[in-house]
Design a protein around this ligand. Sequence first.
Ligand code: NDP
Length: 587
Amino acid sequence: MRDRYRVERDKRLRADGNDQYIEVVGEFAHYTDDPYVESPIDRPPLTDEVDVIIVGGGFGGLQMGARLREAGVEDLRIIEKGGDFGGTWYWNRYPGAQCDIESYIYLPLLEEVGYIPQEKYSYAREILDYSRRLGEHYRLYDGVMFQTEVTGMTWDEDAARWIVATNRGDALRARFVAMANGPLNRPKLPGIPGISDFQGHAFHTSRWDYDYTGGGPDGNLDRLGDKRVAVIGTGASAIQCVPFLGETAQHLYVFQRTPSSVDVRGNEPTDSQWVAGLQPGWQKQRMENFNGLVSGVPQTEDLVDDGWTDLIGMMIRRFRDAQANGSADIAEILEMANFDKMNEIRSRVDGLVDSPEIAEKLKPYYRMFCKRPTFNDEYLPAFNRPNVELVDTAGKGVDRITEHGLVVDGVEYEVDCIIFATGFEVGTSYARRAGYEIIGSRGQTLSEKWATGMSTLHGMQSRGFPNCFFMQISQAAFTANFPHLLDELSTHLAHIIGHALRQGAATVEVSEQGEEAWVATIVEKGLGAMGALGGADCTPGYYNNEGQAREPSAIQAAPYGGGSIEFFQLLEGWRANGNFDGLEFTN
Ligand code: NDP
């Protein structure tokens, strides 16, 4: 099996790595236009001042806003390019979009807001509505600027203020700025030769064109009845929308380069009896239980009990059994557990797809967690429909796009519409993904500062950028449940900002020693972590830098190698100690 995995990986390795993708600018810029705005805002530019500006109105910005409100910060403003709160869930409205971390731990601040999701895995519409509810609950609509993109940020040293420029000509002033841009926010397109030649309709899954397809997030895409549709990509987004496209399209071609692992979804409505028995503090306990299980830390029970905890649970059980028998070879045990899990995933394909030939093409041959696992009960059976056709590209991708269709292995597939389910930028520069540059003390840009490697304290503050805060995975932590990380980061940042405001501090900045020590910790603990997700022997994807060697400095962009649980404890201890170690305040 190891050999088979290696052969499959080698087929997919390519010299251009991340450069195979096209940045969505210039002639492709329209792919990021907002199709959801109902009433475009027209307003004069603003130049006023607030205590805190948060960039991004997704879960990061909302959680940051919520924790700042709890810390007594009243004067804050969120700037968001979309037309409402929601971030990922504002943009990704494709049919079938659904969270695949359990909603009871994925939707933040449920107990604070007093809300219980309707199902174990919420659909996008409910999450978008919940985002609005968070905005209302924490009064984050006050002062919000929607349909506004930050274009630059400059630190005014004399005034100790950030000047925030936007695409609407604003020059806003703020004492503190917090970046909640999200890790997967810039759609990317594949650099397939001829992509500009296509004369039909085309869009990206994160900007779904319901005017073209008809229907809505629940499906019924009734304008596709006479359309031949191509989906490029078979990642988590495609897995969720393909069944709905298959239901109505005259003909659907799914162009596959690498099959996803598709495990059981098993969604269920929320059990009201279970809800009635919940005790205060239940959500945090559940989040921590899940995070423990997916981090390999033994727990006495598995509260979430789904595909994420299943594999890790199996590994831990096997490890314990082997230890009891005095034969603990952890690497082999983990590998065997992984093989078994992937065999189960591959057998599932045989059980759900009628044609053995098609089933074989849909089987993933790589280790679990080389790529983002997916969970769905309708995707695989969609290939039993006569109007749904899998075009497997044997790991090579689509060869060419023409005026009328797509070419694979010398065959042209004529289509009316191409839907790019090709994901989001990962691994490009921070400024490129954010869409703006941050200019700190003495005119130094963030790109310049991080050109030789990221350097921060806890991933959240960087020397030379006073009063500026980041919410990110790099130099912080990785957890499968991303809002859990955001919760810990926003609690921490609100603690620092709240303190600075209460003390009347003009600036708060990382000390040189504080930053050096944290970077050293990341490097020292980081090597193991880099391999944990998408190691070099994995089939290429964004988890392993498309299979390419990383710059030596990339180690500095790793999350904390001790794991998220240790990182969260470390932050909690840092706050409890009360010395604000590694920070310098000025009055
Ligand atoms: P991904 O990056 O996961 O998938 C992109 C797909 O496009 C891959 O199948 C890729 O193939 C394929 N592709 C790229 N270039 C070509 C080409 N030239 N020819 C053919 N195929 C090509 O994007 P998604 O939008 O699906 O998901 C992005 C991330 O967003 C997920 O990994 C997940 O973290 C998150 N997400 C979460 C969801 C949830 O929680 N419910 C739902 C959707 C997304 P290859 O694999 O070979 O590179």
